[in-house]
Ligand binder design. Structure first.
Ligand SMILES: [Zn+2]
Length: 170
């Protein structure tokens, strides 16, 4: 196998800055769906964040585990700042499976926004759903970036997450 593309979270400063900006803008855009809730309860985002991180990484981790039999959770410092991760270093996945791994946490965004729009709930509960969706979607910009890069690679490509970044082989 030959390395055809590498994404490195610990060295690419331009990418880190771009993802940070894009992630922040995405969070604001989702919170703006009901901005008065944010003005009233913004500090609730602090307890929501760890819950969202656990669910987000569990969804990545489930598919990593399902398709490789192993998964590792941890914490790293990327050029976009500190980040939690789930990965199976040393394991290779087909392009489409890796895209599924990247997008799996967005199931949480879909569930939260569906409940927000479709189910009558108390305002604070609705803010909890919107806040979770905002942090999860904004926090997923790196996942969307990897998905976008992978879509440009051949279907037969093999993908490894070595924690520092993503390596694509053909
Ligand atoms: Zn993620």
């Amino acid at each position: 196998m030959e390395l055809i593309k590498e994404i490195n979270w610990s060295t690419n400063k331009g990418l880190g800055a771009a993802l940070l900006l894009l992630g922040g803008a995405t969070m604001v855009a989702v919170l703006a769906i009901q901005w008065d809730y944010f003005m009233k309860w913004s500090w609730y985002l602090f307890p929501i964040l760890p819950i969202m991180i656990v669910l987000h990484e569990a969804l990545h981790g489930y598919l990593f585990w399902r398709w490789s039999g192993k998964v590792k959770f941890g914490y790293l410092t990327s050029t976009a700042g500190p980040a939690f991760y789930a990965a199976s270093p040393g394991c290779y996945f087909t392009r489409n499976r890796f895209i599924a791994i990247c997008l799996a946490p967005q199931l949480l965004t879909i569930i939260c926004l569906s409940l927000f729009f479709l189910v009558p709930l108390p305002d604070l509960a609705k803010f909890g759903l919107l806040g979770t969706a905002a942090l999860n979607l904004g926090g997923g910009v790196g996942d969307f970036y990897v998905t976008w890069i992978l879509l440009k690679q051949p279907r037969s490509a093999q993908v490894e997450d070595n924690i520092k970044g993503v390596r694509i082989y053909a």
